[in-house]
Design a protein around this ligand. Structure first.
Ligand SMILES: [Fe+2]
Length: 389
């Protein structure tokens, strides 16, 4: 099983000689290195709780495509929360899989040191206005809190670009991203082992394509939160402000990663409605889930304020990649070559009547020969019959 897993991690190119976290030591080989890294990861999450979901990922995706608007939504029913299985933070790592083995959610622990760095670096950011965060026609669907996005995305655009909020925060924003790089890499590493295909999808062709675009100061653009292309920094959610919603701009085949942080809070469990799951997320937990296909909601924060990071990747970046690939497949010929090709085409077109003419002559010749043969056989007929008699 382990050998299969190692082969899979190498085959998907989640691990190559070039992208090993600490480089390839002399005299070693890729299999040995990946085996060691995988063992460390498995040891770290040993005794994790495996939960089987009654709903398939494919069904969730199908449902996410359907138009919304049937009210009341099932989670608005009274006591809907009572039908959810609860996994308090104290349970430790939890992996949710569907009946076909597709991972639908994963809770893991983050080292305290990284959360401390996150707390300090975020506290030094300039406050932003505490606003209602809407979606789906409801101005308060995500609750009321401070939020900023540091991301590369292509929303309503034909090219990759950095978010305006990062441009606004300038050096302060870039310093925050740099300071928390280790945290993003830690979360990315979890994803790399759990779902290597997702890691490769976020860091592969799309990231290479993105590099061709220039950001501020002429630097190439790149994903800003480890493997994820962006991060939302949410601060100061309190009370019972969040409602059930999906994050429709996020890529449906990729996980979001939620990282709560701050000075401490109570409550604020994350409900995944279709999965009938209530996931306790305390400070020091990280959680992967499909924010764009699963309706989710933060339950009442009974004490303090909840801050959280949401690492995400917008689907729009993959639309731009697809467009660029399509353009690259359409061969672009220089002007002179175009003229030559046009002349060849004309020549070919001219040859067609000659061919037609030749075919007609052959056909006519055949008809003449057949007619002559017929005439000959008619005139020879009586002689032939008389000789027989
Ligand atoms: Fe959300």
């Amino acid at each position: 099983m382990n050998a299969k897993r190692i082969t899979h991690l190498i085959k998907t190119k989640a691990f190559t000689r070039q992208n090993l976290p600490d480089g390839m030591p002399n005299g070693s080989n890729l299999e040995t290195e990946v085996k060691g890294l995988l063992k460390d990861w498995e040891d770290n999450r040993k005794d994790f709780l495996l939960v089987k979901s009654a709903i398939l990922y494919i069904t969730l995706r199908e449902r996410a495509r359907q138009p919304k608007g049937l009210l009341p939504l099932f989670w608005e029913a009274e006591n809907a929360i009572k039908g959810c299985a609860t996994y308090p933070s104290s349970v430790g790592p939890v992996e949710i899989r569907d009946g076909r083995g597709v991972v639908l959610g994963y809770r893991f622990r983050i080292p305290d040191r990284l959360i401390q760095i996150l707390n300090h670096s975020t506290a030094s950011l300039q406050p932003t206005p505490r606003r209602a965060r809407g979606g789906g026609g409801d101005p308060l669907i995500r609750g009321k809190f401070q939020c900023r996005h540091y991301a590369v995305w292509s929303d309503y655009s034909s090219h990759y670009r950095e978010s305006k909020e990062l441009a606004r925060d300038k050096d302060e924003g870039r310093e925050w991203l740099e300071t928390n790089k280790e945290l993003f890499d830690y979360c990315s590493q979890q994803l790399r082992f759990l779902c290597p295909e997702q890691y490769v999808k976020m860091t592969g062709s799309v990231a290479k394509d993105m590099q061709k675009a220039q950001g501020p100061a002429g630097k190439p653009l790149k994903p800003l939160a480890g493997a994820w292309h962006g991060v939302a920094i949410n601060e100061g959610l309190q009370g019972d402000e969040s409602k059930g919603h999906q994050d429709c701009m996020d890529e449906k085949r990729l996980f979001n990663c939620v990282v709560p942080f701050g000075n401490g809070f109570s409550g604020g469990d994350l409900v995944l409605w279709e999965l009938k799951t209530r996931m306790g997320l305390g400070i020091g937990d990280g959680f992967f889930f499909y924010g764009s296909v699963v309706a989710h909601q933060v339950l009442e924060i009974t004490e303090g304020m909840r801050n959280s990071l949401d690492l995400f990747t917008h689907a729009s970046n993959f639309d731009v990649l697809a467009k660029h690939k399509k353009l690259a497949n359409q061969k672009q010929y220089p002007k002179k070559e175009k003229q030559v090709r046009a002349e060849v085409r004309t020549e070919k077109a001219k040859k067609v009547p000659e061919n037609v003419k030749a075919r007609r002559e052959i056909r006519e010749g055949k008809q003449v020969r057949q007619r002559a043969l017929k005439l000959g056989s008619t005139s020879n007929g009586p002689e032939a019959s008389s000789s027989k008699n």
